[in-house]
Design a protein around this ligand. Structure first.
Ligand SMILES: [Zn+2]
Length: 232
C-alpha cells in the first residue's frame, strides 16, 4: 500500500515542481481569476507534496487560499509570461551579459529582481516611491495571461476610460502594447461600450413655413436698435 501511495508523488514532483517550466496553458483560460486560483492551488499542492507527502494533500485542498498564495501565484504567472516573451533577454541577464540592442525592451534597462522577475530600471530609483512603482514589472500584452490580467484590471476599476485604465496599469507594470489591448478589450466589453457611447444627435428638421413670410424675406426687417450716447 505504501508503494502505491508514494509512486504518484514521485511522478508529480518530476513533472511539476520545476517551476521554470510552463505547465499551464494560459490560452485555455477565459478569466484571469481562474488562472490565478488554479496556479495558486497547484503551487500549494506541489509545496505540500514536497514538505509532507501525498497524505497531507486532502487536508490542504479543503482550505481557502491565503493572500500570500495569490501573490506567489501572480508572480509565478508573470515570470512564466516573461520567460515566454523575453527568453533571450532573461537568458542574457541570468548570465550577467548585455541584452541585444535590437530587443524590444532594451530602452527600459531591464534587470532581474531577487524573485527572478524582469523589471524596468527606470529613472525614479532615487525617489521615495515604493519599489514596485520605481521598478515596474515588464509584461507583454500579447501573452494570453497578460491580456486577461489587463481585462481583469479594467473590470476591477469599474470599466474606467482608456487613459485612466492605462495609468492604473502602468503604475506597477510596464505593459508592451497596452493601449492596443485596452482598446481591444473595451471593444468587446458591453459595459465599456455603454459608458463611452455618445448621445444620438437628432437630424436637423426644416423650419416651419411661417418663419419665411413672403413680404419680409430678409433678416432684421422688423428689428430696430436704439443707440444712446455719449460716445467718447
Ligand atoms: Zn469593460
Amino acid at each position: 500500500m505504501d508503494e502505491i501511495a508514494t509512486a504518484p508523488v514521485q511522478a508529480f514532483q518530476a513533472s511539476t515542481v520545476k517551476t521554470e517550466q510552463s505547465f499551464i496553458d494560459y490560452s485555455r483560460f477565459s478569466k484571469w481569476t481562474r488562472i490565478l486560483r488554479t496556479t495558486a492551488y497547484v503551487m500549494r499542492a506541489a509545496r505540500t507534496f514536497e514538505d509532507k507527502g501525498l497524505h497531507s494533500c486532502n487536508e490542504s485542498a479543503t482550505t481557502e487560499l491565503a493572500g500570500n498564495n495569490m501573490i506567489a501565484a501572480k508572480n509565478f504567472i508573470f515570470k512564466q509570461t516573461q520567460r515566454d516573451s523575453f527568453k533571450p533577454e532573461v537568458n542574457a541577464l541570468t548570465q550577467n551579459k548585455r541584452i541585444n540592442t535590437t530587443s524590444r525592451i532594451q530602452h527600459l534597462s531591464p534587470f532581474l529582481d531577487e524573485d527572478g522577475l524582469l523589471r524596468a530600471r527606470g529613472s525614479l530609483e532615487k525617489s521615495q516611491l515604493d519599489y514596485c512603482i520605481k521598478h515596474p514589472i515588464i509584461l507583454d500584452g500579447n501573452n494570453p495571461a497578460v491580456h486577461l490580467f489587463i481585462g481583469q484590471t479594467l473590470k476591477y476599476n469599474q470599466h474606467s476610460p482608456r487613459q485612466l485604465s492605462k495609468n492604473i496599469l502602468q503604475n506597477e507594470y510596464w505593459n508592451l502594447c497596452v493601449r492596443a489591448h485596452i482598446d481591444k478589450i473595451m471593444k468587446n466589453c458591453y459595459d465599456c461600450r455603454r459608458q463611452q457611447a455618445t448621445g444620438l444627435q437628432p437630424e436637423l428638421a426644416s423650419l416651419p413655413a411661417f418663419r419665411f413670410p413672403e413680404d419680409k424675406p430678409f433678416p432684421f426687417q422688423q428689428t430696430g436698435l436704439d443707440l444712446f450716447g455719449p460716445f467718447a
